[in-house]
Write a protein that binds this ligand. Structure first.
Ligand SMILES: [Zn+2]
Length: 474
């Protein structure tokens, strides 16, 4: 044992030395070479096939601090964006999304950086590479006449110049029309906004209001949203509004209705129920996830939709046509505060996770408000559903289609029928709690439901979300 054991050790030593030597050699070469090679450009989009070109890679934004001034008389916006981010790779350069507008100076960590435009991209090359894991700060000075984007699916979005101001709104994209941004929901961030408009106009946005200040005929409104927000959930509404500032459950509640709409009646009356509807939804979904409440009704018909902009949804005027109340749309947009805003998508192919639950919340609210039961809505919808269209991966053209909304809601109710009320609402609470201020995918939701229910549910979700034939009623 000793003798035979002697030679192998010498060989092993020899081998080990050789290995070590080559490791050092590789390491040395690898280090220099790799360091140079690994400072590479960040991706020009988020890799989401539903929104080619949107979002970017190589960094993660923590905060947007936006300082903008808008003059409705000239439709000109000037701004400075200060963006705090962390590099997620060794970055030689990176992209921000910015549609239209002219860019002046760009700095990275206080030093002037080269920049160029490439269609909807602002490409920034700092003088030195940015190391992975290190925070960095970008400032972008920009100005110009912001543009709308027309997307067929939802009507006009982006920055709309209105009769008395502007509305910046839209899904899946809108933010890049008024500030440089990593414009994809997979990168959520906190926001601070200071927006300066002529005296007499309101300037409304997400989150908690800060102090207002006036000088030389201009007023600066301030807003902050501390809970991470997806960029498409940001909004800016400027114009002549009747603003009601109050509080609900100890937090600010700010609602606003365009002054050209009736002072009382459908729009104002429905918005006034925001607190009541939030409380009802909180009793089903868990605690309200943000630090402020509210809603804004705009008068511009081009906003042919309502959008769950974080903490303060924006509603188009058509929802309250003929001055009719519409608490159902309020319930839908407020339900999104849990499903979509607090727990966000990482890819648009999972949009049923937003819309299926928000549509289901309409059924819950209707039943609570003395209308049809959720079960009855389920039966009616089941009978009229086209099962050939899937809820998951609906395709770009059907992102806002019935399979996402209605079939999604059917799947939610089918889950409830299968696991029973107690387990069902425990699943929803667990999802909104564990994923709060974060995100999730369809697979994450199915896994969580199976864990909470302690049973296999994948076949149920498959049948109700993507199966090609009407599933058996649970
Ligand atoms: Zn919705």
């Amino acid at each position: 044992m000793v003798l035979t054991g002697r030679r192998p050790p010498r060989r092993r030593v020899a081998v080990a030395v050789t290995a070590l030597t080559s490791a050092i050699a590789l390491g040395a070469a690898g280090c220099t070479g790799a360091d140079r090679d690994m400072f590479r450009p960040g991706a020009a989009d988020a890799g989401d096939p539903y929104v080619p070109g949107h979002g970017n890679g190589g960094y993660d934004v923590k905060n947007y601090h936006l300082d903008v001034r808008y003059d409705p008389a000239t439709d000109r916006l000037t701004g400075r964006a200060t963006i705090t981010a962390t590099a997620t790779q060794d970055l030689s350069r990176f992209n921000l999304d910015l549609v239209g507008l002219q860019v002046g100076a760009v700095t990275v960590n206080g030093t002037r950086a080269e920049h160029r435009r490439d269609d909807g991209e602002l490409v920034v090359t700092p003088p030195d590479g940015l190391s992975r894991g290190r925070p960095f700060t970008v400032t972008v000075d920009y100005a110009g006449v912001p543009t709308a984007v027309s997307d067929g699916a939802l009507g006009s979005g982006g920055f709309l110049h209105t009769a008395d101001g502007a509305v910046a709104l839209g899904q899946p994209d809108s933010a890049a029309t008024w500030f440089p941004v990593n414009d994809h929901p997979s990168d959520k961030a906190s926001y601070e906004l200071a927006v300066t408009v002529p005296d007499g106009l309101s300037a409304l946005s997400n989150g908690v209001p800060g102090p207002k200040s006036s000088a030389d005929g201009w007023t600066t409104w301030r807003w902050s949203e501390r809970t991470p927000m997806a960029s498409y959930l940001s909004t800016l509404v400027i114009g002549d509004y009747r603003v009601v500032t109050g509080s609900h459950a100890g937090q600010p509640m700010i609602t606003a209705v365009a002054a050209s709409l009736p002072a009382t009646g459908g729009a104002a009356g429905s918005l006034a129920r925001t607190g009541e509807i939030v409380d009802f939804l909180a009793s089903r979904f868990g605690p309200y996830p943000f630090e402020s409440y509210g809603g804004i009704v705009v008068a511009d018909d081009r906003v042919a939709y309502a959008l769950e902009t974080q903490s303060r949804p924006v509603y188009g005027p058509a929802f309250f046509a003929d001055d009719r109340p519409n608490p159902g749309v309020v319930a839908h947009e407020l339900a999104h505060q849990w499903f979509g805003d607090s727990v966000s998508l990482t890819r648009w192919g999972d949009i049923w996770l937003n819309e299926g639950f928000a549509s289901y919340a309409e059924w819950l609210w209707e039943e609570h408000d003395g209308g049809r039961t959720a079960q009855r809505n389920f039966e009616l919808q089941y009978a009229s559903t086209d099962w050939s269209q899937p809820s998951v991966e609906p395709g770009r053209e059907r992102m806002f289609g019935a399979a996402v909304y209605k079939r999604g809601a059917l799947a939610v109710h089918a889950l409830r029928r299968t696991v029973g009320d107690a387990t069902f609402f425990r699943i929803l609470h667990t999802w909104t709690t564990e994923r709060a201020a974060g995100s999730g995918t369809t697979a994450d939701f199915v896994a969580l439901a199976e864990r909470v229910a302690d049973r296999q549910l994948r076949p149920l979700f498959d049948a109700w979300l993507v199966g090609g034939a009407a599933p058996t009623l649970p």
